[in-house]
Design a binder for this molecule. Sequence first.
Ligand code: C2E
Ligand code: MG
Ligand code: MG
Ligand code: MG
Length: 293
Amino acid sequence: KAKLDGKKTFRMYETGKDGWRDDKSDQLYAIRRGLTDNEFQLFMQPKISMCTGEVVGYEALIRWQHPEQGLLYPQQFLPLINGTTLEIQLGEWVIRQALMHLQQWQNQNHHWHISINLSAYHLGFNGFLQRLGEIIADFPEVDLQFFQFEILESHALDDLSLIVDVVRRCRNEFKIKTVLDDFGTGYSSLSHIRTLPVSAVKIDQTFVRNMLVDVDDCKIVEGVIALARSFDLEVIAEGVESLRHGQILLSMGCEFAQGYVIAKPMPVNELLAWNQQFSLPQDWRKYRYHQQH
Ligand code: C2E
Ligand code: MG
Ligand code: MG
Ligand code: MG
């Protein structure tokens, strides 16, 4: 992604005479060590309803607070563990951590959902549902209707019937909803929307971001919203960077928004304070008024 251009994956500092090394097995070792040493963190980015002006939930986005290299973003380390058992371990850590936050919010009477990103590899791993059940059993009080998975459609292709089955069982057995992330970027979006038992689609931020300057992207966004709505799916726009984006999305029938104009992903300990001072911008509210009347 653009903001990471020029940034590489993290590098290990080798104290020996070789200087920098970035051998893959060293990197995997470092990630494993980071996991043991509790260096990973979930940042939270709010999702709002542009109709009610309320925060409906938060997306959990992983970060690595690396002792020497500072805060690392998912693109800097997730590609390295793609398709390895470490990816599954990290994914299980994310599930556990998210349930812990959800439990805390529910104890405080907040009705926010939490969504986590899961790789299709993890979802398709054959112990997935059993492990999920075991982790969930550690949180007997949590209301799982507020737990959601986001899956990337570009990866959901490999074994679609397996993914369909897992997504359905998550919904039927655990009441966990699934959202199709980055919708429109995969190459069989149209069949996914009818095959996968998802409850919502997230329009990819590249379309959203360019919709004000690129008439084609604007048409795609409008088309995706109409398509999703005709399948009775909720629509979330990601990458909402200005009020104008929000207004146009709302007029196209997209209710939910996530993006920098609302808030950047934040550390969990800033969330309550942010939430308290948040209100839908005045201009947005005015527009909503005109829409409804
Ligand atoms: P995603 O799930 O599509 O998440 C949205 C990404 O867009 C996040 O980047 C977020 O910080 C960024 N973003 C949100 N609003 C805006 C905006 O208004 N403008 C711009 N330019 N960007 C915005 P992030 O946190 O770097 O995550 C990148 C990707 O890494 C995620 O894309 C997701 O696919 C993956 N990812 C993040 N956390 C996890 C995780 O815990 N597990 C797995 N498997 N993947 C993760
Ligand atoms: Mg996501
Ligand atoms: Mg996305
Ligand atoms: Mg994305």
